[in-house]
Design a protein around this ligand. Structure first.
Ligand code: GLY
Ligand code: MN
Ligand code: MN
Length: 441
């Protein structure tokens, strides 16, 4: 049975079991839900569950704590959550309550969140290791220390307090790095929604349109597909495309401008992350086309490195080499290829990395290096490939014709046994494809 999250209770149970096996029988794992955050005075940001909590429970309410106790005979998965309250539910919507936590979310047991203080010390007692995200939520850190101290205060009466405190992310984030078939299906849906959204924006683009109008087209498509932006949409016309995480989205566009859109849908918690750069009038200028082709060939070179057994870092190195070679060819850099790469002169125009893991978070969890080495790609890993070139409008050291051009091309890639699958591959990407799409809109 699929729940609203698109993941079955059986899969959540499997995830918890896998994590508990890795943690071992004398451990206890404690995960608080994300707090609600005030936007201003008495209004709140839209609530988004903590990704780790979501990954292990599918539970979407705030004021909850998941406690996993491997091997405990009276139940291993315990949820503390809000009690049912008809009056509050009339204002804020339904709550699962303790019965719902068990019947709908597959918990072994559930208690009111108000009882946490009373019950948790007893659950900690006799467990030697505590897995928890230290330092993420200072208030909760203090509470946890308080519960541990309560157990310590009972040592004279035979209590056994935990004596090892471990970073939960170390185990859990390794697990989240490998996507299951159901997760991949959700990520494909998120990618498909984003493809439609980028096309919607390209369809209405014309000189004079404002960045926020393009953002509205994108995000209309997200909401119409029951999705949200996975991160703040970046819509930069002209030189605003050179600002890597541009956020104002309030500028106008002019004839001859490129528009850089970096926007992706979050569907059932799973992110997509796409960037396309297109001419607002539908036709690339000579300089825009040259740089766009260069970024595209850097992306193709990185994509060639996307297969099992290849080090993650190889994609970035391949992209940097192609970009640097091209910058030398176009006269934007001078000198020798090797020296420009070693001295990182390309960073004047390309200052970010070529990608990141993607999943429940847009910059998803998981180590990039293992034992000091770039980790090898394996089936089920998903990441972005997003090379770019940004020529500052104020860079007096380049010819004026290049200034103010910012280009990024970003796609989402799944590693498969056979190589890779580009989740966002349906979206027009090359200058020719973009021009053809804009010509027939
Ligand atoms: N949108 C943020 C990124 O591409 O990493
Ligand atoms: Mn990205
Ligand atoms: Mn992006």
């Amino acid at each position: 049975m699929k729940r609203l999250s698109g993941i079955t209770p059986a899969e959540y149970a499997r995830r918890r079991r896998q994590l508990m096996e890795a943690a071992g029988d004398d451990a206890i794992l404690v995960l608080p839900a994300a707090p609600e955050r005030v936007r201003s005075h008495d209004t709140f940001y839209p609530y988004r569950q903590d990704s780790d909590f979501w990954y292990l429970s599918g539970f979407q309410e705030p004021e909850a704590v998941l406690v996993l106790i491997p091997g405990r005979r009276h139940g291993e998965s315990i949820l503390f959550c809000r009690e049912r309250d008809p009056d509050r539910e009339a204002w804020d919507g339904p709550r699962a309550g303790q019965d719902g936590a068990v019947s709908r979310y597959g918990m072994d047991d559930a208690y009111p969140i108000e009882d946490l203080d009373e019950i948790l010390p007893g659950l900690l007692e006799g467990r030697s290791r505590v897995y928890y995200h230290f330092g993420r939520d200072a208030d909760f850190d203090l509470k946890l220390i308080g519960w541990v101290n309560r157990v310590r205060s009972q040592v004279r009466h035979g209590a056994q307090p935990p004596h090892e405190f471990l970073e939960l992310g170390h185990l859990l984030h390794e697990q989240r790095l490998y996507k299951s078939d159901d997760e991949i299906a959700l990520m494909q849906t998120a990618a498909d929604i984003s493809v439609r959204a980028h096309r919607a924006a390209m369809r209405v683009a014309r000189p004079g349109i404002h960045e926020y109008e393009l953002q509205a087209e994108l995000e209309r498509e997200f909401r119409a597909s029951d999705a949200w932006p996975a991160y703040n949409s970046i819509v930069g016309a002209g030189a605003n495309g050179c600002v890597l995480h541009y956020r104002d989205n309030n500028g106008g566009s002019r004839e001859g401008d490129l528009v850089l859109i970096d926007a992706g849908a979050e569907f059932r918690g799973y992110a997509s992350d796409i960037t396309r750069t297109f001419p607002v009038n539908g036709r690339f200028s000579t300089e825009q086309r040259l740089l766009h082709e260069l970024v595209l060939s850097a992306q193709a070179a990185a994509l060639e490195q996307a297969r099992p057994g290849i080090a993650y870092e190889e994609g970035h190195l391949a992209a940097v080499e192609v970009l640097t070679e091209g910058l030398l060819r176009l006269g934007l850099l001078k000198g020798d290829l090797e020296e420009n790469i070693i001295e990182r002169h390309y960073q004047r125009f390309y200052r970010h990395k070529t990608g990141h893991w993607l999943g429940l978070d847009v910059h998803d969890v998981g180590d990039y290096r293992v034992a000091g080495e770039s980790r090898l790609l394996e089936p089920g890993m998903v990441f972005t490939i997003e090379p770019g070139l940004y020529i500052s409008p104020d860079d007096r050291d380049v010819e004026p014709r290049w200034r103010g051009i910012g280009i990024r091309i970003e796609d989402d890639v799944l590693i498969t046994a056979a190589g890779h699958h580009v989740l966002t591959g349906a979206l027009e990407r090359s200058a020719e494809e973009i021009e053809a799409f804009m010509a027939r809109r």
